[in-house]
Design a protein around this ligand. Structure first.
Ligand SMILES: [Zn+2]
Length: 379
């Protein structure tokens, strides 16, 4: 897609909304649950038809069997809280990233928060479900960028009854941003020399976009509110004018864990489709939640105090960009303010990202800066 080497590097480093479909994959027969088998794993009875005492006892036993057990095997991945685990997404310069995925154990199966871009990332989610012998009962997408949503196709192939909770902003993105991106990819492919090392990756991106409605929500999130997902009570929040025109966060009151998606990212905010000012306001709403641990869309989990520092660094970056300081000073300000949260190995990536976002987004002409600030009107 990008025309120049620098742009390619920047675009590769930016996680951005580069969609991806699930890629031709070799499914190993027998490893994934067959469609017919889904209901038998962790399916909890909801509508008992028999009313006699024996049936009631059987129902109780079945419910106990399908409820998350305290002595159940830990979820694969990095433990965030009891029954909450993180599968870190790769985010390295020069390659399209995967967002973080989080698994939550629920009475009726697993809740998956964000499904990744590359098939290898999504396969880790499927492997985790197989390992703990629970179905994937619900998928939540923080937003429509491909590094968070493209894995939906693979997950739904394996678990077709899983409900998908997300903003409907992906439908507009398919007609706009993602359609434009697809055209860029086609153009790049048409000009690519034989044997281009990039061509295979571009074709995979096109295939991800072409998954189309298979990436869409089955249960659109249209407002912030309490929801029961797979039997687990959580709050799903919706921010319209922040990162993507439809950002969904999940707050789990049982563990005081907030899954923020790309409303919080390390090593820098990812501003490709952002309304920078609206994002700042959304961060204030997140700060008001009583979470103890926040899982960002990219990077390591953080405490509430660490999030407050990130939020301050974000506000500082916007204030700097609106003032007279040089781009270099604004970049240095971010690296200073968010520095304790940024692993040493990621500082160069942070600098690279801001070298792009400061001139191209935060200090772009007013029309460019406002492009993503009226999500309701654009729907
Ligand atoms: Zn992302």
């Amino acid at each position: 897609m990008p025309e120049t080497r620098d742009e390619r590097r920047a675009a590769g480093a930016r996680a951005a909304g580069k969609p991806g479909k699930a890629v031709p994959r070799a499914r190993t027969p027998g490893l994934l649950p067959a469609r017919g088998a889904q209901g038998s794993v962790g399916a909890c009875p909801r509508h008992p038809e028999r009313r006699d005492e024996d049936a009631a006892l059987l129902l109780l036993a079945a419910l106990a069997a399908c409820a998350p057990r305290r002595d159940a095997a830990p979820l694969p991945g990095d433990t965030v809280a009891p029954d909450v685990a993180l599968l870190r997404g790769a985010f390295v310069a020069g390659a399209q990233p995967d967002g973080n995925s989080v698994l939550l154990r629920a009475p009726q199966g697993l809740i998956v928060f964000d499904s990744g871009r590359h098939a290898a990332h999504t396969q880790r989610i499927l492997d985790a479900a197989r390992e703990v012998r629970q179905p994937i009962a619900a998928i939540v997408n923080s937003h429509w960028h491909l590094d968070h949503v493209a894995g939906n196709a693979l997950l739904r192939d394996a678990w077709p009854r899983a409900e998908v909770y997300a903003s409907d902003a992906i439908e507009g993105a398919m007609r706009g941003f993602l359609a434009d991106y697809r055209a860029q990819l086609e153009g790049a492919l048409a000009q690519a020399p034989d044997g281009s090392a990039d061509a295979a990756g571009w074709r995979e991106e096109i295939a991800r976009i072409d998954a189309g409605a298979r990436l869409f929500p089955t249960r659109p999130v249209t407002a912030t509110g309490a929801r029961t997902l797979a039997g687990r009570r959580v709050t799903l929040g919706l921010e319209r004018n922040a990162v993507s025109g439809g950002d969904v966060w999940l707050y789990d009151p049982a563990t005081r864990t907030l899954l923020a998606g790309d409303l919080v990212t390390l090593p820098a905010p990812l501003l490709d489709t952002a309304c920078a000012e609206g994002w700042r306001e959304a961060l204030a709403r997140l700060d008001a939640l009583p979470f103890a641990t926040l899982v960002p869309g990219h990077g390591a989990p953080m405490t509430h105090a660490q999030f407050a520092a990130w939020r301050g660094a974000y506000a500082g970056l916007l204030a700097c960009a609106a003032g007279d300081a040089t781009d270099a000073d604004c970049k240095a300000g971010w690296l200073r303010d968010a520095g304790p949260l940024i692993p040493e190995a990621d500082r160069a990536l942070a600098a690279n990202l801001l070298d792009y976002y400061l001139p191209q987004v935060l200090r772009a002409p007013a029309a460019r800066r406002a492009r993503y600030c009226d999500a309701e009107a654009g729907r």
